[in-house]
Design a protein around this ligand. Structure first.
Ligand code: PLP
Length: 370
């Protein structure tokens, strides 16, 4: 059985004819950057998410940097976020000259523990940046309440949670900006790098349009009111994503079904804990991640020997990374995040995974843990 962490080729095979046609059309038109397909995709994706404006950019990391910049967050400002995320989340804050202030996560969901956020607020705090890790929504009701009460901005990192919901509403529009990544392995991935910022605020949307294109006035070519970036989106990628968006609900349903199969097959295993989804929130399983209570690394190695890949997202919390040693954190500062870094294991997950494959993976996992 050929099992991968994610099988992009299998997905491509299922939509090949449409993709080839869409790509050929863009090449025939030869308007390769911010072409017609880009604005069409932006309209379609905004509608899908139920958010007024969608501005595509060059990557998910850029989406975070541009969102923070568009909201005026910069030198000396503090932004509260999780230490248990991909580096890009905190990197974007630092790139803007602001300071990431870490807050421990919740044991069950791996997401920022909203009951610990208020203690981190100081006179310098400007924003909260929650990350919906693995595809599971954070407690947005509570985060938005805290932000309103303290006059803070909210920027959602939705890189792993395209299509997930909180209180029956899709993520990305709860705060001031929602940031998405179209990196190939994400739930909605293109065939290269790509990203997007969503917002319900027209002024913010206008600033984002300008920022992604060198600060150029969106209506007047070669007129500049601010310092910007070159963070434009490729027309080819937009054309590919327009095809994929039509299938996304079906793929997400498959991911959720696959997660349920995993949960069922793994339910009797005492050495691990399967993912929990709190009420009022949804999980789209960009990653299916379990906690292995003991010897996670050797379980991972032995699984690989049996031909079953797995991954650790993420093996070292951001507050313990050398790049952040100047912030003065130490081991013990965020016990739940630190425990998680040595326990998490993500198993293969993609829509095309079959019941037999999942059964096989679970069987191997049971065997290697003996
Ligand atoms: C992938 C990812 C990003 C960055 O997206 P890129 O498109 O790779 O730049 C940011 N945050 C999280 C949580 C991610 O998983």
């Amino acid at each position: 059985m050929n099992i991968q962490m994610t099988d992009l080729r299998a997905q491509y095979e299922s939509i090949k004819d449409e993709i080839v046609l869409a790509v050929a059309e863009v090449i025939a038109e030869s308007n390769f950057i911010l072409g017609k397909q880009v604005s069409l995709f932006e309209q379609e994706v905004a509608k899908y998410l139920g958010i007024k404006y969608a501005v595509t950019v060059a990557s998910g990391t850029d989406a975070l940097v541009l969102a923070l910049t568009a909201l005026g967050i910069g030198a000396g400002d503090e932004v509260i976020t999780t230490p248990f995320t991909f580096i890009a989340t905190a990197e974007a804050i630092s790139r803007c000259g602001a300071i990431p202030v870490f807050c421990d996560i919740d044991q069950e969901t791996f997401n920022i523990d909203s009951s610990k956020i208020e203690k981190k607020i100081t006179s310098k705090t400007k924003a909260i940046l929650p990350v919906h890790l693995y595809g599971l929504s954070c407690n947005m009701k509570e985060i938005v309440r805290i932000a309103k009460a303290n006059n803070l901005r909210v920027i959602e990192d939705c890189a792993q949670s395209f299509g997930s919901e909180c209180c029956n509403k899709r993520l990305g529009g709860f705060g001031d900006c929602g940031c998405f990544s179209f990196f190939p392995a994400k739930t909605l991935g293109c065939y290269g790098d790509g990203g997007m910022v969503c917002t319900n605020d027209e002024d913010t949307a206008q600033r984002l349009l300008s920022l992604r294109n060198h600060g150029q006035d969106p209506k007047n070519k070669y007129i500049y009111h601010m310092h910007g970036f070159n963070s434009r989106f490729d027309t080819l990628q937009a054309a590919i994503l327009r095809v994929k968006l039509k299938y996304l609900d079906k793929w997400i349903t498959k991911r959720v079904e696959n997660a349920k199969l995993y949960n069922d097959f793994l339910s009797s295993f005492k050495f691990l804990i399967t993912p929990k989804v709190p009420q009022d929130r949804s999980h789209t399983f960009n990653y299916y991640t379990v906690r292995i209570k003991k010897h996670r690394d050797s379980v991972k190695d032995k699984l690989m020997e049996k031909g079953v890949p797995s991954a650790v997202y993420y093996p070292l919390c951001l507050h313990l990374q050398e790049v952040y040693k100047d912030l003065g954190y130490k081991l013990g500062d965020f016990p739940i995040a630190e425990q998680s870094q040595s326990e998490v294991l993500s198993l293969p997950m993609y829509p095309e995974l079959t019941k037999e494959m999942i059964q096989n993976i679970c069987q191997e996992l049971g065997d290697v843990s003996l």
